[in-house]
Design a protein around this ligand. Structure first.
Ligand code: NAP
Length: 250
């Protein structure tokens, strides 16, 4: 496929981002799969897309580093020559801690990757997609979390606050660029079975929390990816500034 719309997914190598890349490719998107460290995982996503007849590349870059963000978008320009969509998915949690145990370094890293990175990536995308800059429009989906609403008490209030910032950013940016051909929406996943729980020291969290979820189970990455790809699609053409909970009722 040489003429499909082009999508950049940050953190597209694993979990929700990888699922979003695969589902988007099935829907005709050409995909730039960003990753931070796990090149093998990113290459596996690219291979799977190509095997199915799609087009994808892997792009290394840390969204917590502004120079990496610039290079990542330049790599998209160079390879595809256009950009039509961005999924601001890359995000981190940290180990369980109370606020009175959190260091300045922890908070700075959390906000730099989860908040500043997403806003800088959106800025790069707007510069390419907005009619104000000569672009043809586009769509942005930001990945928030139900933690933004629940607050993350005793576990990770810093992460929850970073995701609340994503919610507010989504509303503000959506209004800023609505007349420039760009839709901006967010998704709040609930507890989804991915590696992120192990990276926060709680590998069994999805299993342990299942009984507290109204649907009595954790979600799968593909269930979030389906919602992402819907918001990317023309079926969502009148939806902007929306925040969709994909959380099994949590
Ligand atoms: P995950 O399984 O831990 O995967 C994280 C992905 O992000 C990987 O592809 C990783 O790349 C990439 N990444 C991490 N730090 C990065 C950085 N600084 N720059 C670029 N890429 C980076 O996470 P996930 O569970 O799929 O989460 C994806 C998003 O959903 C996050 O924003 C998260 O907060 C949100 N979310 C997840 C859940 C859940 O229960 N899973 C719930 C609510 C919200 P490498 O492979 O190179 O490490």
């Amino acid at each position: 496929m040489t003429d499909g719309p082009v999508l950049l997914v940050t953190g597209g190598s694993r979990g929700i981002g990888a699922a979003a890349c695969l589902v988007a490719a099935r829907h005709g998107w050409r995909v730039a799969v960003n990753y931070a460290l796990n090149e093998a995982a990113a290459n596996a996503v690219v291979s799977e897309i190509k095997k199915a007849g799609g087009d994808a590349i892997a792009i290394k870059g840390d969204v917590g580093n502004s120079a990496d963000i610039v290079s990542m978008f330049e790599a998209v320009d160079k390879h595809f020559g256009r950009l039509d969509g961005l999924v601001n998915n890359a995000g981190i949690v940290d180990n369980t801690a109370r606020v009175d145990e959190m260091s300045a370094d922890r908070l700075e890293r959390m906000m730099r990757i989860n908040v500043t990175g997403s806003i800088l990536c959106a800025g790069e995308a707007v510069r390419r997609m907005s009619s104000r800059h000569g672009g043809h429009g586009g769509v942005i989906v930001n990945i928030s979390s139900m933690a933004a609403v629940i607050g993350g008490s005793t576990q990770y209030v810093d992460y929850a606050a970073s995701k609340a910032a994503i919610d507010t950013f989504t509303i503000g940016l959506s209004r800023e660029v609505a007349a420039e051909g760009i839709r901006v929406n967010a998704i709040r996943p609930g507890i989804i079975e991915t590696d992120i729980h192990a990276s926060g020291g709680q590998p069994d969290r999805p299993k342990e929390m299942a009984s507290s979820i109204p649907m009595k189970r954790a979600g799968q990455a593909e269930e979030v990816a389906d919602a992402i790809v819907y918001l990317l699609s023309p079926s969502a053409s009148y939806i902007t500034g929306a925040i969709l909970n994909v959380s099994g009722g949590r």
